[in-house]
Design a protein around this ligand. Sequence first.
Ligand SMILES: [Cu+2]
Length: 282
Amino acid sequence: MGRVLAVIIWIITLLSVLMFVSGKWWFPAAISEHAPALDRQFLITIVVVGLSFTAAQIGLGWMVWKYRDTGSKTDRAVYSHGSNRLEVLWTVITAIVFITLGVMGQSVWAALRLHDAPPGSYSVEVVAQQFQWNFHYAGRDTKFGRTDPQLIDDSALNFVGLDSSDPAAADDAVTASLVIPVNRPVELRLRSKDVIHNIWVPQLRFKQDLVPGMEIKVHFTANRVGKYELACAELCGQLHFKMKSYMLVLPDEEFQPLQAMPQEQYQTKVAELLNKYPLPTN
Ligand SMILES: [Cu+2]
């Protein structure tokens, strides 16, 4: 029985490794400037973790094989207190490996979150709520109209609490899809009206929490035109699964005219563009 168990452990290990090595199940094609650095870091991490996993499982199988019950009456169990030296050694090695991986990866993560968006970035206010996305655009004047939580009225479709008496609000648009220009840095100002949500577009290699009471600023540059699925990646309530939308990355000739459109025309045009672009196939 001991031998069978050892072989099963080795087979499961081999199949698990093959799943990754085959490349059949992998990320979708990336569409952002920072993606290659992130993917490189991910690959390093998965190789290091994969090697440790394989070594540990081969060792486990070998122990199961070696110390299996052979039916011999003279084989007696030995009690061991363990080895402090070994415990310290593998804890220190593990700590060094994981801290090194963390330090190597933090520059990509921090560049998009802790540094200010580059000048000339296109800004979008994102207001998440159970269970929908609201994207607030500044319009032609590039100035966001004043918003006030007191003015939020979902029944009147004022989801972000836009103050219509503010002149800067006159050309603002609020839609359920994220529309951004290609090859230009985009800054998102993330807020939530109720619980923690998470904005995630796998192709962007970007994922960030939206926390009530905080405005979190992040930025990135999308470099491929198209339509991509956008999901809430934080279990935010019973209808969490419905909290999905699309991100449109548009070329200049389609993006610029949108900026000049009043809210109603803007919505119609966005719906048209959402129909025009197919979802990526890889
Ligand atoms: Cu959510």
